[in-house]
Design a protein around this ligand. Structure first.
Ligand code: ATP
Length: 468
């Protein structure tokens, strides 16, 4: 896809998400809770389609990747080994006047001045505010110097709440994969190079959640740890960057809005040899969708050190023993959902009115086909429409609608991004002659054209369109 169109304003996106049941504020009836979002009926289907597409393309359709489904709470040693307990921090600044808290880099960005990095190493980075930075909320200059704030949510395991029972909600799914590396290797009959994938919730106590769902405190990740022979990292890293970019286009994100950010040497973690972020042009700026890092043997070596279990792999062809290196494509489901929503959103002038239409790729659209009886108070129409609905439902996510006039039903489905609508009318039930009996209208979301189709051809025709 190469289409470019101006980005819709975020307030329109947020309003549509609420109106059509994509995304609601969590606990809205209690005033909401900052950084948490619930997905409504359309959003839940959209998210499921994203995860299914990823799982299908990254796991099921390959022979060299297997999946796991691990826990959210783990042994706290997992996070000591990974470095999260000490180093998973963001620099935080307080305004002493109005007591607002900021992430130092975001505060500086809002002030149009870059945050000063005092020490270079990614692990022990120290920061300083440039002169002239003020609190965006009250204008005060009385700000604290940046200090590290750990982003992990802490909890307690069992009835005792003391140091010994402290654990964390996972801030990423990746470490669960590393901690299960030996078990998966022993059961899966895989050989290096191979990957272990996981989809699941992650939690980060972000200092300042913002840009709708983009930076949330609870979100979902789709992570792949692809284990490779040392020395082959660069080739595999390139391979996965290419694969992932193709994947984003395959789910309907236009190439013109996708880009890559290549980390400079001094921006890399000390153990990483390369990192590329896949970026998307959101209405609020170009931001990260996924990070693809070549992490060397850091994670497995750390778990070997902390657990005392050997993470070495024995290559029975070359008789070599080594700790595999890893390439990690790590994507966020919620950011992908938001990118899809932003890029699908379109407005058109139609007979003096504005038609809002979500142009999702059919593969990712929450509902594939909607079925309407022309009139809800004509039992033969309703009965026939029920039959058509039952025919389609096993094959596609299908929605039933018999409220309001047909035009309104089309508008509703357009806003939800449903690619096809099927209407059962008087022709279908033979009232306009035998030649049109058992035919329906199939209406296309994008062209708004309607074609007359035999009921017996519907499934194969929609399947054909769905496969493109
Ligand atoms: P950022 O720099 O935006 O904070 P990150 O580099 O810390 O992101 P990673 O740790 O690489 O992110 O996590 C992998 C992916 O998980 C990200 O590319 C993103 O899609 C998703 N992700 C990370 N943090 C959040 C968040 N707070 N809300 C939603 N998605 C997130």
């Amino acid at each position: 896809m190469t289409e470019t169109k101006p980005a819709p304003p975020m307030d329109k996106i947020v309003a549509l998400c609420k109106r059509r049941g994509f995304i609601f504020q969590s606990s809205e009836i209690y005033g909401g809770i900052n950084g948490f979002w619930d997905y409504g009926p359309a959003g839940a289907e959209l998210k499921r389609n994203i995860k299914d597409a990823w799982w299908n393309d990254v796991v099921r359709s390959r022979t060299d990747v297997v999946g796991i489904d691990g826990t959210i709470i783990t042994h706290p040693r997992v996070w000591e080994a990974s470095g999260h307990t000490t180093a998973f921090t963001d620099p935080m600044v307080d305004c002493r006047s109005c007591k607002k808290r900021y992430r130092a880099d975001q505060l500086c960005e809002e002030n149009g001045k870059p945050l000063i990095i005092e020490t270079g190493s990614a692990a022990e980075r120290k920061f300083r505010l440039p002169v002239g930075v003020v609190c965006p909320s009250c204008g005060s200059k009385d700000l604290t110097e940046p200090r590290p704030f750990n982003l992990m949510f802490q909890t307690y395991i069992g009835p005792l709440q003391d140091e010994s029972s402290v654990s964390y909600l996972r801030p990423e799914t990746a470490q669960i994969i590393f901690a299960q590396f030996l078990n998966v290797l022993s059961v899966s009959r895989q050989k290096v190079p191979f990957g272990i994938a996981q989809i699941g919730k992650a939690f980060r106590n972000e200092i300042n959640p913002r840009n709708f769902t983009f930076r949330s405190r609870e979100f979902e990740q789709m992570e792949l740890e692809f284990f490779v022979k040392p020395g082959t990292d660069a080739d595999w890293h390139k391979y996965w960057v290419d694969e992932r970019l193709k994947w984003y286009e395959s789910i309907g994100l236009p190439a013109s809005k996708l880009s890559c950010y290549n980390y400079k040497k001094e921006e890399l973690a000390h153990y990483a040899s390369a990192c590329v972020d896949v970026m998307f042009e959101f209405p609020f700026g170009v931001q990260e969708l996924e990070g693809i890092a070549a992490r060397g043997d850091f994670d497995l070596s750390q778990h070997q050190k902390f657990s005392g279990k050997s993470m070495e792999y024995f290559d029975d062809e070359t008789k070599e023993k080594y700790i595999p290196h890893v390439v990690e494509p790590s994507a966020g489901v919620d950011r992908i959902a938001l990118a899809l929503i932003c890029s699908a959103y379109a407005e058109e002038e139609l007979e003096g009115e504005t038609r809002v239409v979500m142009r999702f790729a059919p593969r990712i659209a929450p509902v594939k086909v909607a079925v309407f009886p022309l009139l809800r108070n004509k039992p033969p129409l309703v009965e026939k429409a029920r039959q058509v609905f039952k025919l389609l439902q096993p094959h596609f996510t299908t929605e039933w609608d018999d409220r309001g006039n047909i035009g309104k039903r089309y508008r509703y489905q357009d806003e939800q991004g449903t690619p096809w609508c099927v209407t059962i009318d008087f022709e279908t039930i033979g009232e306009k002659g035998p030649e049109l009996q058992d035919t329906v209208t199939l209406r296309d979301r994008d062209t708004m054209k309607q074609e007359r189709v035999k009921i017996s051809d519907l499934v194969s025709l929609i399947l054909q369109k769905l496969r493109g």
